[in-house]
Design a protein around this ligand. Structure first.
Ligand SMILES: C[S@@+](CC[C@H](N)C(=O)[O-])C[C@H]1O[C@@H](n2cnc3c(N)ncnc32)[C@H](O)[C@@H]1O
Length: 253
């Protein structure tokens, strides 16, 4: 069984206070990019992996005209909140939530048109198994779009991901080490002992190709000039120096 840190009381309390938890995707800077990359999803059957509070399930139905959505997550806390937020009549019979560990996901004989996942795959140890499962449960022509913490963000082994001062200068730099040393990374983000999986960009890309996908888009996301100017307190100009988010979109032909 995978670590289920979102059911840790301290972690969940801190996560619940983040902008992305209180405001949904309006509290994130990368959402406009991810949404535009999705294109037209009207009438599609959606699978949201690691759905958390279910923001994508609701967004896809209410704002983007998807036909139905299944949100899967390992965390009881996250799914309870997702269900509380999914009470509007417009979601009735269109959104389902299931508690499942993505390390051993079982989708029965269901097929989907679009699989989506924000900030989840960097928690998954057996990524090939998950990608293969996604491939098997997509209809032909179906797509999988996901984001993860960029491997340049997750790579370092002995320090928390952060900018550090360049010796002898007031400039800040982003340290990169252990990049090719894949595996567990234990951080103290929101609580002690949070385990994430570091993999290189090459491993993500080659694993997707190995299971049969065609890569249609890869982006090392950074904020736009407008976002940087409009949010002076968010220190977004720092994001230009190193990519925080890796976004991939792939297709089953
Ligand atoms: C950063 S949150 C993102 C939530 C959601 N995708 C969003 O954008 O709001 C990561 C989610 O992945 C879930 N998760 C982590 N490991 C998982 C696993 N092995 N199986 C299922 N869900 C998992 C967590 O419980 C959490 O809800």
């Amino acid at each position: 069984m995978a670590q289920n840190i979102y059911d840790d009381a301290k972690f969940f309390k801190n996560y619940s206070n983040l902008d992305r938890s209180t405001k949904g995707y309006n509290g994130t800077f990368e959402w406009p990019y991810l949404r535009d990359l999705l294109g037209d999803i009207k009438g599609k059957k959606i699978l949201d992996l690691g759905t958390g509070f279910g923001w994508f399930c609701r967004e896809s139905i209410k704002e983007m005209g998807a036909k139905e959505a299944l949100g899967v997550d390992i965390s009881e806390n996250m799914l309870t909140r997702a269900k509380e937020l999914t009470v509007d009549e417009v979601f009735k019979d269109k959104i389902r939530y299931q508690r499942q560990d993505l390390e051993n996901i079982d989708l029965g004989d269901e097929k989907f048109d679009l699989v989506f996942s924000i900030f989840v795959c960097h928690y998954i140890k057996n990524i090939e198994n998950l990608f293969r499962h996604i491939y098997d449960h997509l209809n032909v022509g179906g797509e999988f779009e996901f984001s993860i913490e960029h491997p340049i963000f997750t790579c370092c082994k002995h320090i928390e991901p952060n900018f550090i001062p360049l010796p002898g200068s007031s400039n800040l730099i982003w340290p990169v080490s252990h990049y090719n040393n894949e595996g567990d990374r234990v951080t103290n983000w929101l609580a002690e002992g949070v385990i994430k999986q570091h993999r290189t960009v090459a491993t993500y890309v080659n694993t997707l190709i190995k299971v049969g996908f065609t890569i249609t888009h890869l982006q090392e996301w950074y904020p736009t000039e407008e976002q940087i100017k409009a949010n002076p307190n968010a220190n977004l100009h720092m994001e230009i120096d190193r990519p925080l988010i890796l976004i991939l979109k792939v297709k089953k032909n």
